[in-house]
Design a protein around this ligand. Structure first.
Ligand code: PLP
Length: 396
């Protein structure tokens, strides 16, 4: 099987599992326990925190381990907005992950926040001038994702954070998809908060982190025993934290070379797909995009049907019309970049990791051609009225 769905999730790396193993077995203690088992767990947790902090340009006290990207995004948006009394205005973009969009909407519905959705252009990019223009004296937080999960577009984060800083507005960035590919040093980038998630980079599902610059206070979302310096109650996932730190360390060692090599593979894959299916529409930005990310709309198909054909040919990826959570709405990301709802139903996303090979991608491109042709042969013209309106969003 050729796995081209790394943006949905990745396998746990062997070295990660090996690093975690002791904390799932012999050294299984609760870091809050005062006996030696607990102390060993607390030490491992502290080391994992220090490692994550170092790799993200933060202090150890600025790292909050969470149960993944969704929780870290919730904590960033709700936690910063509710704890920092600048005002009740939030700025975000219409292409954010639901974890950010729904958190903003929660604050709007339950706490009277005003939410500005900063438009993006047809490639998914935010306009820095427009960003500067929407910031207000009562803007409490801006949250702009580093790289989009559906279309791969990478935002000019350093430029945006300089603007936010001049306006005195904290900037959070969801870097779940960027982690492992791009430099995420929050001090170098000038960011105030950043989200990462383990399962997108070779650590298990259910571990993530929010890094928050010390000058910002954080209202907890989970209340309880006061772990994570009160920011996130709940017995710590020690093995998960060790796994996340190990995965980040491994990714950082080869990150620049991997990004370079995989970008070249991506560009070749995109060019091959476009030469085989000339009307394939690449969604997202041509160059400011994640290394291992290629997403297309194939007019006259259904993304879901193409996905099934691809799987029959041994290629696994995401359809822009797979119903992630039983949703039958067209992808909010594709609509926000101006793609018509009908075309949005034909989206297919190919995402690959550092292990991608030219041979696999060539096989995948050939399978794309066969699959698109197969679906087009079977799909009546829209005027026939028989094509089912299958819509939704890919596994995030
Ligand atoms: N943010 C982005 C951009 C994502 O792609 C995902 C993936 O699901 C998330 C947040 C949520 O992360 P998690 O699956 O760890 O909750």
């Amino acid at each position: 099987m050729i796995y081209l769905d790394s943006a949905a999730t990745t396998a746990v790396r062997r070295e990660v599992l090996e690093a975690m193993w002791p904390y799932l077995t012999g050294d299984f203690g609760n870091p809050s326990s005062t006996h030696s088992l607990g102390e060993r767990a607390a030490t491992a947790l502290g080391e994992a925190r220090a490692t994550v902090a170092r790799l993200l340009g933060a202090r150890a006290s600025e790292v909050v381990f969470t149960a993944g990207g969704t929780e870290a995004d919730n904590l960033a948006v709700k936690g910063i907005a509710l704890a920092n009394p600048r005002g009740r205005h939030l700025v975000t973009t219409p292409i954010e992950h639901e974890a950010v969009l729904e958190s903003c909407d929660y604050l709007r519905r339950h706490h009277g926040f005003d939410v500005t959705l900063l438009p993006v252009d047809g490639t998914g990019l935010v306009d820095p001038e427009q960003f500067a223009a929407v910031l207000r004296p009562d803007t409490t937080l801006a949250s702009i994702m580093f790289a989009n999960n559906e279309i791969g577009t990478v935002q000019p984060v350093a430029e945006l954070s300089a603007i936010a800083e001049r306006a005195g507005v904290p900037l959070h960035s969801d870097a779940v998809q960027a982690a492992g590919w791009l430099d995420l040093d929050i001090r170098r980038l000038g960011l105030d908060a950043l989200t990462i998630s383990g399962h997108k980079l070779g650590a298990p599902k259910g571990i993530g982190a929010l890094v928050v610059r010390g000058r910002l206070s954080l209202e907890p979302v989970l209340h309880g025993g006061g772990q994570e310096r009160g920011a996130r109650s709940g017995t710590e996932n020690v093995a998960g934290a060790v796994g996340l730190a190990t995965a980040l360390t491994l990714a950082e060692r080869t990150r620049v070379d991997d990004a370079h090599r995989v970008t070249a593979l991506r560009d070749e894959f995109i060019a091959t797909v476009k030469s085989m299916v000339p009307d394939a529409l690449l969604t997202g930005h041509a160059t400011s995009r994640l290394p291992g990310h290629a997403s297309f709309c194939f007019a006259g198909t259904s993304g879901e049907a193409v996905l099934l054909e691809l799987e029959r040919r041994g290629v696994v990826c995401s359809s822009g019309s797979a119903c992630a959570a039983g949703s039958d709405e067209p992808s909010h990301v594709l609509l926000a970049v101006g793609i018509e709802p009908e075309l949005a139903q034909t989206a297919v996303r190919f995402t690959f990791g550092a292990g991608a090979t030219d041979g696999d991608l060539q096989l995948a491109a050939a399978a794309v051609l066969e699959s698109v042709l197969a679906v087009r042969r079977l799909t009546p013209e829209p005027s026939g009225g028989a094509r089912p309106p299958r819509t939704g969003v890919p596994a995030t």
